[in-house]
Ligand binder design. Structure first.
Ligand SMILES: Cc1cc2nc3c(=O)[nH]c(=O)nc-3n(C[C@H](O)[C@H](O)[C@H](O)COP(=O)(O)O)c2cc1C
Length: 415
């Protein structure tokens, strides 16, 4: 068998072809206008990424409801009021002939307190005390609301296709709403949406069904799935494998494997709660789980989290851990990295651990999101990223900016 290389094309189940095996994974840009429309900054950022060589770009999470945001300045895809903006974004992100998929999301209980007036979740179970302060306690969704949310996911997918995106991805990872439904810890419903794994995955499958119905059989629909939540009593890899099998049978086009939640931010560091500090971790945080999932399905598997060298990416492809490698932070610090690797140059990521020295800040994934968010903002303004930026400075500056943006968002809603 000829080993797979980074530059090999990949045909997806729907027939679409990714031109190579490198993907930019979703990163919430928080660069929309204050009323959630596509901005010039987003257009510039994605033009730059498109020219960077990735076969697939996945947008940062786009929200299905302007009253349920993950961050201020999220793009919202609810109706056709900004179809022209979405078209400009889609054109920019596909400039070099690569794929550009819209990631579609709802925060559920990971709903910032200063931003949203209410929060909803499968069950009214608060987040753990260390982070509960930042989020609004959620109430349980009603059956009618669940059905409405499913239609909203489908509607966002329809808008994405209409705007010229070349695919869509369901965000079913990192503790957001869809992954809350999968979790036995966060979903304690006793109706058809909770209890058995079959019931807990019903929301994801209905969301997939609504999105597939909206875009048709020839259009890529992918999912970002947690291999595990890394929480006691939470969603674990044996269940992730079962969910992957059902998605495979239903015709999903790609399963991106990730892990963790805000309560257990493994995705930022790769350090699992049960792991001894001395254990030498593999570069790719979730490689062993991705391989288990890939062995159980026909659907192509994308693996994201921790890739820092071309050697590790090639190893993951040739050893059968995955079909596509996903990169996030590395592509903020080096936008041209995929093009360089595809030319055969070696790659060493500039990503380094970020620390402020304050445990309460360093133990959440927030610092990474905010520090890289600042670098994306620089790029979107035509400036280079600043790898040497002080983490504590970035944290405080973002705290103030986000506070002001949340206030402006609430004010706009009130008018
Ligand atoms: C600034 C930032 C924003 C992120 N936003 C999202 C998001 O919107 N959706 C998502 O699925 N993952 C998001 N992630 C997680 C990344 O997609 C990725 O899984 C994680 O950074 C690990 O990959 P890496 O080690 O290559 O950075 C975000 C990460 C960062 C740093």
């Amino acid at each position: 068998m000829i080993p797979i290389t980074l530059s090999d094309a990949l045909t997806l189940p729907c027939g679409a072809v990714l031109p190579n095996r490198i993907a930019k994974s979703a990163m919430s840009e928080a660069l929309a206008t204050i009323d959630h429309k596509v901005s010039d900054q987003l257009v510039r950022l994605y033009e730059a990424w498109s020219e960077g060589g990735s076969g697939l770009l996945i947008s940062g999470n786009v929200m299905i409801d302007r009253k349920a945001l993950g961050e201020p300045k999220n793009v919202v895809a609810e109706d056709e009021s900004d179809l022209d903006g979405l078209k400009r974004w889609a054109r920019a992100g596909t400039k070099a002939g690569n794929h550009f998929w819209m990631q579609i999301n709802h925060p559920g209980k990971q709903s910032p307190k200063d931003l949203n007036e209410t929060a909803v979740a499968p069950s009214a179970i608060p987040l753990k005390k260390e982070i509960r302060l930042f989020f609004r306690d959620a109430r349980e969704l009603t059956e009618t609301e669940i059905l409405d949310l499913i239609q909203r996911f489908g509607n966002a997918a329809r808008l994405a296709k209409q705007a010229g995106f070349t695919g869509v991805q369901i965000h079913s990872a990192h503790g957001y709403l869809v992954s809350q439904f999968l979790s036995p810890l966060h979903n304690q419903r006793t109706d058809r949406w909770g209890g058995s794994l079959e019931n807990r995955m019903r929301f994801l499958m209905e969301v997939y069904g609504a999105m597939r119905a909206a875009v048709g059989p020839d259009f890529p629909v992918g999912v970002k799935l947690n291999s595990a939540d890394f929480q006691k009593g939470g969603f674990a890899v044996d269940e992730a494998i079962e969910v992957a099998k059902v998605l495979d049978a239903a015709g999903i086009d790609m399963i991106e494997v990730s892990g963790g939640t805000y309560e257990s931010p493994v995705v930022a560091t790769g350090v699992k709660p049960d792991q001894k500090a001395s254990t030498k971790a593999r570069e790719a945080y979730f490689a062993e789980y991705a391989r288990l999932i890939r062995n159980a399905v026909k659907t192509p598997v994308m693996l994201t989290g921790g890739f820092r060298t071309d050697e590790a990416m090639i190893e993951a492809l040739t050893e059968g851990d995955c079909d596509v490698v996903g990169l996030a932070r590395s592509l903020v610090l080096d936008l041209q990295a995929p093009a360089k690797m595809l030319r055969g140059e070696s790659f060493l990521s500039l990503v380094k651990p970020l620390k402020t020295g304050i445990k309460a800040i360093d133990s959440t994934g927030m610092l990474e999101i905010w520090w890289y968010g600042r670098q994306m903002t620089r790029i979107s303004n035509g400036k280079p990223p600043r790898p040497s930026e002080s983490p504590i400075y970035a944290f405080v500056a973002t705290l103030l900016t986000k506070g002001a943006q949340a206030w402006a968002t609430r004010k706009l809603r009130a008018n």
